[in-house]
Design a protein around this ligand. Sequence first.
Ligand SMILES: *Cc1c(COP(=O)(O)O)cnc(C)c1O
Length: 380
Amino acid sequence: MKFGTKVIHAGIKPDESTGAIMTPIFQTSTYVQSAPGEHKGYEYARTQNPTRTVLEKNVAELENGKYGISFGSGMAATDTIAKLLKPGDEIIASNDIYGGTYRLFREVYGPYGIKSKFIDMENVADVKSAITENTKMIWVETPTNPMLNIVDLAAVGELTKGTDMIFCVDNTFATPYLQRPLDLGADLIIHSATKYLSGHSDVVSGIIVCKDDELGEQLYFLQNAAGAVPGPQDCFLVLRGIKTLAIRMDRHGENAEAVAKFLITHDKVDEVFWPGFESHPNHEIAKSQMLNFGGMVSFNLKEDTLEAAKKILTGTSLFALAESLGGVESLIGHPATMTHASIPQEDRIKTGCVDSLIRLSIGIEDEEDLIADLKKALDA
Ligand SMILES: *Cc1c(COP(=O)(O)O)cnc(C)c1O
């Protein structure tokens, strides 16, 4: 099955009792047993729910994985992965990852004795030299957030192959339509399904995918033991969104290209960060591991001040000033004061996330309207 068919059919069958073509929302906390211990595979809804099962199978197949383990948010999924580690273990992560992931590793797991190192992963040799005997997890985001750097997944896969290090990829920005990290050597994939997977800005959700039986079993154990599971209505919404993932990602990618190419010509704009430019330092790797360059574009201003950024951020009408990304509508955001405010200023600026950096989540509107809206804000 090809991807555009999989999003609609993988793991999904009409409901056996009614023929309903849409996966029913099983809004129940428990399941009746015919005799003690005799049931249909469902006992209690923290442990299993049929709507959730369909979502987990669907996303597992999209990522070419075997197990899908879903959660009430992307952070709950990340938290569950961190629970695979023990005091003394070390995580090496990209230095411009999602602010919430940085906060979780540093402030929640740090005090439990799990160390985290945040490094520039553009050059995989730097990852190699950061590895110590305590390194148990390599955490990669690509494209990174908000700088849109690209990490060579196959090269990191080579480093971790045959070792006891878990190679985890946050695939939220790319989605399995653009990039499939398990095929390139990753052990685990996590998604904030809040973003492109659901795609309509109407649900908070997360999911992990893996191929390995032992990891799959441990993660299901943790999902049930800690219980940060999604509700059935949320699972339904994510499943519904995924049906249009392929066509949405095509359009997000086309619109992002048009916007990036417009921004680079504007005289108030300093740099535009978009992996589709041939001048992007890892353009060739992006081209080889992604189907298109995604729907995110960041840029900074020649006048690098909060005030100059604020004028643009409040000057658009179609681009809504909001956190999050990956919905059908375009959003504009300011990493320094919004998504990345939990990262200390000094660390933030070192990664290129300067005061005037603006991040765009390009929606699927008509590109002419998006460009006109940005032009109006920049010209003002
Ligand atoms: C939003 C996001 C998360 C966190 O997901 P939530 O669903 O908000 O908990 C993790 N990683 C990336 C890349 C994100 O964009």
